[in-house]
Design a protein. Sequence first.
Length: 118
Amino acid sequence: QVQVVESGGGLVQPGGSLKLSCTTSERISWFSRMGWFRRGPGQERELVATMATDGTTRYLDSVKGRFTISGDNAKNTLFLQMDNLKPEDTAVYYCKATRITTTNTEYWGKGTLVTVSS
């Protein structure tokens, strides 16, 4: 069974940085694409950043220039470097891994909480 586990969340002051990790039980190259989503207080879940196997990345407009998605295949880990954090970035951050064969299979982690507050 595929495992997806996020880590790295915590409390940080505005302007600070955090690096989230998403460790999977498979090489990240086994997945067709991977991404980070978040759900803020009272908000719908939204896409934050995605990365395809060809390295193509996509970001939510509000995080462009502040967040960077990357992966380390040897460590089975996807990262999200978050800089210049703002209070509106407060949310539970989820990792999703998608494998596309004849069907699309999605694997989600349980999330890690990021709180940006002074």
